[in-house]
Design a binder for this molecule. Structure first.
Ligand code: GLU
Length: 416
């Protein structure tokens, strides 16, 4: 069989839910494809005087529940199909946490590790000149994702406002606090995931305060999960972590703060004092209570799923598990908190940021945490209730909740 691409996987996941929900053919077809997408070429002057032409995308998957929303990923392997898949998953993500937004995503095929800050700034501004007219608080609102940062959001907002000749802080989220960012946006993705782990612990009778945990992907979400797990849950032992350069393990536990500092100083988790090396693949198969897949798509497949020993897999990455692997994990009794539920904290606080920008009044950190906890806890239990009804793997249960909400919105609008 040909290797599945992420968008075929997203469609396959939807097909399973559509069948189970008994969706009519037109609604099913409408939800299988992006409603709009933009492909742009981005010529950028490099520091050495040459011009490089990058490919950029913005996909507005479905806007039935509100303006489309979703991050921008800058990655060397970005393709239109990864962006389509991520935009579909954003549609289900905003629906599962029940915020009045649709789903979208954008990307640029580039290697940010090879770009200087001024090249990144020119790329960010060129992207907005190319697709800015299609963005806006009532149209489509980008945010950070893999390898894009609050600073990049700031340049993009600045370019957009220069084009519009007026202030538009709500056109993009994940901004620095100084220019209209929200308290609590930085660690929101990981925080939302840890709230879900707390709720999963209650229903599974796992004492998460005594749990061992491992983090695959020590980027923004993974680093915050490492420190927030013990902070929110009252304890836990970090036994392993990995990033694109390698992994580290210490069964007696590692200090998460010290590991974050080590990564900051050396660029990776490798050679953390007191640890042994471990590969990304071996880390996924470790004996531990909670596994946080926090890197990219397609890391848990039919090949390694039979060897996964974690009790809970909290998917902070988008798309880490293939459909075949979902079934295997479910049969083995691994409790998967599926990506678009587990990592919905990021877009939820992005939504709070947009709300604050629109009424130009800003919340305290405590307000943000409280509202986020309420949203994540409600979403977790909506999915759990569904799982009691249909006794299927959790991703299908989460799809059933979200797809029904989006389908209802399409129907009420008179689209189908
Ligand atoms: N990129 C993040 C995600 O995949 C956040 C999206 C947003 O804040 O709009 O959920």
């Amino acid at each position: 069989m040909a290797k599945l691409n992420p968008f075929s996987i997203a469609q396959q996941q939807l097909d399973e839910a559509a069948e189970k929900l008994g969706l009519d053919a037109a609604t099913h077809e409408l939800l299988r494809w992006p409603m709009k997408e933009y492909h742009v070429l981005l010529p950028v002057r490099m520091d050495n005087g040459t011009t490089k032409v990058f490919k950029g995308y913005r996909v507005q998957y479905n806007a039935a529940r509100g303006p489309t929303k979703g991050g921008l990923r800058w990655h060397p392997e970005e393709t239109i199909d990864t962006v389509r898949a991520l935009a579909a998953w954003m549609t289900w993500k905003t629906a599962v946490v029940d915020i009045p937004l649709g789903g979208g995503k954008g990307g640029v095929t580039c290697n940010p590790k090879e770009l200087s800050d001024s090249e990144k700034e020119r790329l960010a501004r060129t992207y907005i000149r190319a697709v800015g007219k299609e963005l806006g608080v009532h149209r489509d609102v980008p945010a950070p994702d893999v390898y894009t940062t609050p600073q990049i959001m700031a340049w993009m907002m600045d370019e957009y406002e220069a084009m519009a000749g007026e202030s538009h802080p709500g056109m993009i989220t994940g901004k620095p606090l100084e220019i209209g960012g929200s308290q609590g946006r930085g660690d929101a993705t990981a925080r939302g995931g840890v709230y879900c782990v707390r709720e999963a612990g209650k229903i599974l009778n796992v004492d998460v305060a005594k749990a061992t945990y491992a983090i695959q992907g020590f980027g923004n979400a993974g680093q915050f999960a490492a420190t927030l797990h013990p902070e929110i849950l009252g304890g836990g032992t970090l036994i392993a972590a990995s990033d694109s350069r390698g992994g580290v393990i210490n069964k007696n536990g590692m200090d998460p703060q010290a590991l974050v500092r080590h990564k900051l100083e050396t660029g990776g988790v490798k050679d953390f004092p007191g640890s042994e090396p471990i590969t990304n693949e071996a880390l996924l198969e470790l004996q531990c209570d909670v596994l946080y897949p926090s890197a990219l798509e397609g890391v848990i497949t039919s090949k390694n799923a039979p060897n996964i020993k974690a009790k809970i897999s909290c998917e902070l990455a988008n798309g880490p598990t293939t459909p075949e692997a979902d079934k295997i994990l479910h049969e083995k009794g691994v409790y998967v908190i599926p990506d678009f539920l587990a990592n919905a904290g990021g877009v939820t606080v992005s939504y709070f940021e947009q709300v604050q920008n629109t009424y130009n009044y800003y919340w305290t950190l405590d307000d943000v945490y409280q509202q986020l906890d309420r949203k994540m806890t409600d979403a977790f239990h909506a999915v759990h209730e569904m799982s009691k009804k249909i006794k299927a793997h959790n991703r299908l249960c989460a799809y059933m909740v979200s797809v029904q909400r989006v389908a209802d919105a399409c129907k009420i609008r008179g689209w189908v």
